[in-house]
Design a protein around this ligand. Sequence first.
Ligand SMILES: Nc1ncnc2c1ncn2[C@@H]1O[C@H](COP(=O)(O)OP(=O)(O)OP(=O)(O)O)[C@@H](O)[C@H]1O
Ligand SMILES: Cc1cn([C@H]2C[C@H](O)[C@@H](COP(=O)(O)O)O2)c(=O)[nH]c1=O
Length: 210
Amino acid sequence: MRGKFISFEGIDGAGKSTHIRYVADYLQQRLKAQKHQVICSREPGGTPLGEQLREVLLKQSMHLETEALLMFAVRREHIAQVIQPALERGDWMISDRFTDASFAYQGGGRHLSLEKLNQLEQWVHPDLQPDITFLFDVPLEVARARLDATRELDKFEQEKAQFFADTRNEYLRRAAQFPQRFRIIDSTRSIPEIQQELAAIVDQLLQQAE
Ligand SMILES: Nc1ncnc2c1ncn2[C@@H]1O[C@H](COP(=O)(O)OP(=O)(O)OP(=O)(O)O)[C@@H](O)[C@H]1O
Ligand SMILES: Cc1cn([C@H]2C[C@H](O)[C@@H](COP(=O)(O)O)O2)c(=O)[nH]c1=O
């Protein structure tokens, strides 16, 4: 049976990376009996070529359309080398960001037309969507404070507040457009509270897969 595909999304600093390891470990425990693996990966990145392009994408400024095309080029490689083979083996795939990030950042944040993004999506993965997308949602100020407290900021993280307001709005618009796939996680809560909700959603997904 085909494995399940879970994506994690949210503006920078919303807290998604913090919870990926928790969900992966939780799932792996429950899949042990079935001998299936949980594969964790990320975008941009996920393959040797994708990781090289990530360095460029996160550091270098470029034309908006170049940025969008490179994000989808990384994705094409990621699907071919990692996501599709994992799902065909019956493994579960967790990706730290997928195409919703292109709609949110290049579409919402940078105002690339959604029509162009739809065309790229149709070209690169006409028949593939995550089974569940966790959208970690927080007000901008909370995300910003979390980032400032932790690390040196990359190209995207240095964008202005309006960029993140537009990015967050596009994420929320997509969540409303695809309510069956999205689960909005209120990421202002404590980490244990969030983990409890994630575990309950993962349990439902496991039941559906049985
Ligand atoms: N619910 C939470 N409460 C308090 N702090 C949190 C919470 N979730 C995450 N953090 C902290 O916020 C910081 C940013 O979290 P994290 O790296 O998971 O964000 P992210 O959404 O993955 O960001 P990015 O997309 O930029 O990688 C980390 O220091 C993390 O410990
Ligand atoms: C997939 C994808 C990502 N981005 C941006 C979003 C983030 O700012 C970075 C990735 O950093 P993270 O700490 O690993 O989340 O890339 C984007 O603009 N468009 C995309 O399609």
